[in-house]
Design a protein around this ligand. Structure first.
Ligand code: PMP
Length: 399
């Protein structure tokens, strides 16, 4: 067969992708073994039947043909209103492109901002798909490391050092995997770097409804930033609609104009019945989003409480999102070895920190996505396991 394009075969950048534990856990489940899966960010509650009823009614009413490529006027208006209300930045439907989920919005945003081969900055640790998304868009990922001691917040000097020659900077607040919520000071530093180096800012805000400490602040709302910011949004996390594949990009009108051309040659839009269901869900405003988010805030508190008094595992308390990062370096194992050993010994699956970049080495990420009692029991088992490893002679812990 002819050779495949390096754009495709190089998508994952070679090497281990850190998903072995996830796949091993799935294989065990397929064999009928009971595993507590605390790996990916998928709600334990399914999409609300009321949203499905709206979807069904829209489909039965005939909204099953091609929808307009940029999104329906009603949904674009609803998204613009949500964004304008929460950020104070004037936003109209001309600033909105509806996309099949936040993931395709991330890809489209990088296609929009990065010429072929351009370096694209991303804050590390980062959501697992980011480097592949950047490579897929023809750009070159340039990670900017952060430190657990700084709460995984990006540092102005590190950003400045990394910025020369880059086309874009990808941020994610509230953050997956770290749970960091960027405050005004951090975002002002980011804005300063973006202005100094004429960067596009790609702001992934798909967790904006899940904030446990402080408040969500969109960098698009900082003075002058709306002209260089593309915001990625999604209803996956805020409305438990992961499978509906519904998201958006909010950006300057001229950028949206070009992105509509891209959507025309890639997705050709999003199903109309899903857009109608999204309108139904958005019309219920923050009340519905609060209901969907609530279990994660509650479980976060329960997990932090369960870890008190355990010497070998230290939580990096998340201010937002549906995960808790745990520092397991005191066990003598790295994140991948710890996660593998935990799966073998206790049938509990967590993500190794290394799958999100080297700055998260020696950590594991726990998704708060199983019912409270089961989650607390799993975290207590994890902590006791970590304590036992830390007490064992080092050579034994490493074996
Ligand atoms: N960004 C982040 C940080 C995520 O965690 C996810 C999903 N886990 C996405 C984007 C993409 O979400 P979706 O495509 O479902 O909207």
């Amino acid at each position: 067969m002819p050779e495949l394009s390096p754009r495709l075969t190089g998508l994952n950048g070679g090497g281990s992708d850190g998903w072995e534990v996830f796949y091993r856990a799935r294989a065990l489940v397929a064999r009928g073994v009971e595993v507590t899966e605390l790996t990916i960010g998928e709600h334990d509650e399914r999409t609300d039947p009321a949203i499905l009823d709206a979807m069904h009614a829209a489909a039965r009413d005939g909204h099953t043909g091609y929808a307009t490529v940029p999104g329906t006027d009603t949904l674009r208006d609803a998204i613009a209103a949500r964004v304008a209300e929460r950020t104070g930045v004037p936003t109209t439907r001309a600033n909105v492109l509806v996309t099949p989920g936040g993931q395709s919005a991330l890809f489209a945003a990088h296609v929009a901002c990065c010429p072929p081969g351009a370096p694209a900055l991303l804050v590390e640790p980062h959501y697992a798909t980011y480097p592949g998304t950047i490579r897929g868009a023809g750009a070159v990922p340039r990670p900017v490391p952060t430190r657990p001691e700084d709460g995984f917040l990006p540092d102005r000097a590190a950003l400045m050092r990394a910025a020369p020659g880059a086309a874009s900077l990808l941020l994610n607040t509230p953050n997956n995997p770290t749970g960091a919520v960027y405050g005004r000071q951090t975002l002002e530093a980011v804005a300063e770097v973006a202005e100094a180096h004429d960067l596009w800012l790609i702001s992934d805000e798909v967790y904006d409804s899940q904030v446990w400490e402080g408040a969500h602040l969109s960098p698009r709302a900082l003075p002058g930033m709306a002209a260089r910011t593309l915001v990625v949004g999604s209803m996956s996390k805020s409305h438990a609609m992961t499978g509906s594949r519904i998201g958006w990009i909010v950006a300057p009108e001229a950028v949206i104009g070009h992105l509509i051309d891209l959507a025309t040659v890639t997705t050709y839009g999003v199903p109309g019945f899903i857009q109608d269901a999204a309108c139904f869900a958005l019309a219920e405003g923050v009340a519905r989003e609060g209901r969907v988010a609530e279990p994660f805030g509650r479980r976060r508190a329960r997990v932090l409480e369960a870890l008190e008094g355990h010497a070998a595992v230290r939580a990096v308390p998340p201010q937002g999102a549906m995960y808790v990062m745990l520092d397991v370096r005191a066990t003598g194992l790295d994140g991948a070895a710890f996660a593998g050993a935990l799966l073998d010994a206790h049938r509990i699956a967590v993500m190794p920190g290394e799958s999100f970049g080297p700055s998260a080495a020696g950590h594991v990420r726990v998704a708060l996505t199983v019912p409270d009692e089961r989650l607390v029991a799993a975290v207590e088992t994890l902590a006791a396991f970590a304590d036992s490893l830390a007490r064992a002679p080092r050579h034994a812990a490493r074996s």
